[in-house]
Design a protein around this ligand. Structure first.
Ligand SMILES: C[S@@+](CC[C@H](N)C(=O)[O-])C[C@H]1O[C@@H](n2cnc3c(N)ncnc32)[C@H](O)[C@@H]1O
Length: 472
């Protein structure tokens, strides 16, 4: 009889065929971990067969690793991985990937890196070797580091000279959004995570749905929610970084995935799409470029829309000048000023809020909606990770996918932790959560919306879905 570990290895090998066929079709080699990332070198994950093969390989490989290593190692090393977030932030803030990008494939000695970034080579040397052990940077000779596929993603698109002379512009290029996101993970997110237990065990906050009683608020010793905190003058840098980091999140899934599904081109000329809590407007900007017949209005808090307008003037001046992309300050807990819009869109908003506050946001939009209005929520749909045969949720909505993985894989997340991680991160920041399709159905119905259809792009919640609702 085939052992489980051999069966896992065989599952991996069978699925490698699909990835090799993908490379052959595109006339490229499989990506090398040693080379900096080149656009187009990734597998074609928008091809359903390639995506399925990649998911099965990741799931089987992770089960194999967890089976082969002793549980002490699995558990303790996983718990220690928060330290990686701190180390990655160090690399991003000291512009180490940018320095190594200029140094090229031969790399640079840690002393030379540190003479440029003005840091202690003994300490930075430890950080870099730790990161290289986790596949971020590579040690090409003793104490000499170069960028590899993973570390090269941290490059911000500006010269090291520019980064040092004008630090306030460090996230000004689109590539800088990943560094901004890594900055947030290594700052607010790990600070919040270290207060998770204290918040969940304190009777004052254990059952709270208030955004200002989340673990991050405890960590930063404030009574303000993260959104209110960001409005304080001394938090300007964090506020700006957050806006840019949202673009970095979008890079985790191709923009076509989040825009695909709803029939934007079916909207009539001058149809109005309101991007509620639209941040600095990255999503609307991408859609406005593709659908010139539609008008997009991005609503957010004052400082955010100011930031968004400035960026839009640089990246889409014709849209701003023609009024096809505009920005408006608006608090989504108050009455929605744009009535009868064709589409109200909530991207990465509902997951920020507990049910109590999500209900208010949805209700305000329902009050403003006309019968023809559509609501589009872009968020993850959380799958259960028990065997699908155990799930008998009573919600049948067109477009919902169910996870399926071959035996002997036992973890139905497919080893994809992102949606579940994201849910806990939302709790850390603001007592929010990601939701199952059943949760969305209930929340929408209570606010006067009928869940009509879902555009889901994978069964594991790796990519966000579009959840379409109509007024009841
Ligand atoms: C997770 S971000 C999503 C931004 C954007 N939709 C995107 O996908 O890039 C949440 C946004 O909600 C905004 N926000 C928070 N509280 C708000 C409020 N009361 N009214 C309007 N916007 C708010 C924040 O400023 C932030 O831009």
């Amino acid at each position: 009889m085939t052992s489980t570990i051999r069966a896992l290895a065989e599952v991996i090998l069978q699925n490698i065929d699909a990835l090799e066929a993908d490379c052959a079709r595109r006339g490229v080699e499989a990506p090398s971990m040693k080379e900096p990332f080149k656009p187009g070198s990734e597998f074609s994950l928008n091809d359903a067969d390639v995506q399925k093969a990649s998911t099965v390989i990741v799931a089987a490989a992770q089960q194999l690793i967890n089976t082969v290593q002793p549980p002490q190692v699995n558990l303790v090393m996983t718990a220690y991985s928060t330290t990686l977030a701190g180390a990655i932030r160090v690399a991003a803030e000291f512009h180490i990937a940018d320095i190594l990008s200029e140094a090229g494939p031969a790399g640079l000695h840690v002393k030379d890196i540190c003479s440029i970034c003005k840091a202690d080579p003994v300490k930075i040397g430890q950080v870099l070797r730790f990161l290289a052990s986790a596949w971020i940077f590579q040690e090409v000779k003793p104490d000499v580091y170069s960028n590899n596929r993973n570390s090269s993603i941290m490059v911000k698109g500006l010269s090291v000279k520019e980064l040092h002379e004008s630090p306030e512009t460090k996230y000004s290029k689109p590539e800088g959004s990943t560094a901004a996101l890594l900055g947030i993970i290594g700052d607010e997110t790990i600070k919040g995570a270290s207060y998770l237990y204290e918040t969940l065990s304190d009777p004052k906050t254990a059952f709270s749905g208030e955004a200002n009683e989340a673990p991050l608020c405890k960590a930063l010793n404030t009574d303000l929610s993260c959104w209110q905190l960001y409005e304080q003058p001394e938090q300007q840098e964090r506020q700006h970084r957050f806006g840019v980091a949202m673009q970095g999140i979008s890079r985790l899934e191709p923009i076509e995935v989040t825009t695909k599904g709803f029939d934007w081109s079916g909207l009539k000329k001058d149809a109005v799409v309101v991007d509620v809590g639209g941040g600095i407007g990255s999503f609307s900007l991408a859609l406005a470029k593709e659908h010139p017949q539609v008008k997009f209005v991005v609503q957010d808090r004052g400082p955010v829309v100011e930031d968004g307008l400035e960026r839009a003037k640089v990246f889409f001046p014709e849209g701003v000048d023609s009024g096809r992309l505009s920005f408006q300050e608006h608090n989504f807990f108050e009455s929605e000023p744009i009535k009868n819009a064709d589409v109200y869109m909530l991207k990465f908003i509902i997951h920020d809020w507990s049910n109590k506050y999500s209900h208010i946001i949805l209700k305000r939009l329902r009050e403003a909606a006309a019968p023809h209005s559509r609501l589009i929520i872009v968020d993850k749909i959380i799958p259960y990770i028990c065997p699908p045969s155990e799930v008998n949720e009573d919600v049948s909505v067109p477009g919902v996918w169910k996870p399926e993985l071959p035996e002997p894989i036992v973890n139905m997340s497919g080893g994809i932790i992102y949606p579940h991680l994201s849910s806990v991160v939302m709790m850390l920041w603001c007592n929010g959560q990601e939701r199952t399709i059943g949760d969305f159905n209930e929340l929408l119905a209570e606010a006067g919306w009928k869940l009509e259809q879902v555009h889901q792009h994978d069964a594991f919640g790796q990519n966000s879905s579009q959840i379409i609702a109509v007024p009841i």
